[in-house]
Design a protein around this ligand. Sequence first.
Ligand SMILES: [Zn+2]
Length: 248
Amino acid sequence: MNNRNNRIVKSIQRRVLKYLLRGDNLFCPICNKGFITFLPYGVNRANALCPYCGSLERTRLFWLYVMQREPDFFLKTKRVLHIAPERILFNKFSSASEIDYYPGDLFTEGWKYPKGTIKLDVTDLKFENNFFDFVLCSHVLEHVPDDKKAMRELYRVLKPGGWAILQVPIEMSREITYEDFSITTAKDRLDAFGQFDHVRIYGRDYVHRLQEVGFEVLVIDIWNSLSPNERFKLGLLPEEDLFVVNKL
Ligand SMILES: [Zn+2]
């Protein structure tokens, strides 16, 4: 089956499943709907994808934090940069009339992007200094060879007093980030970094990398603030922290 047909079949499956899976076991805080289960996604993630809105664990983590920190975030925030926009958040941002919204991506082959996404390179952003109030860049930097350049660019375009959420997958048992730029093929990257298009595995020094470009970094532990029942019900990844950065 070619990619297009595969996408059509998956889309039909999703449309059917979002009704069949309605229930009370799990709850998606973004679409406010309950389900018997979420759908599997990625490698060994059985309970990850919301059948209704397509949110993933990290999308729901972002949502929980933002709604807790600033319930009127979508009314108060003026200018937003969203790298590699998740569709459900794209819909939320673009329908917020107060927000001047810039969703962008490098446009990787094989991926579909919400209509209105602009082409951009996170290591070479065509925006002036101090332009954005908020930036969301989730699970992008692990794909970018020169991640330090991308971090510098994100810092540059953020206003003083602005903030961002910069999520990456991290192996918390690893102190130092593992990267080896002699590894370039999809197969070798899969073997070395766990995914064919990743160029590193971040360790706990991710925080230091962000601090080096000037960010103040807050590591927010939502997981341990929730009860076991809440963690299960919201379908979150165990121990996933949220990396909130400020430009002072
Ligand atoms: Zn949902």
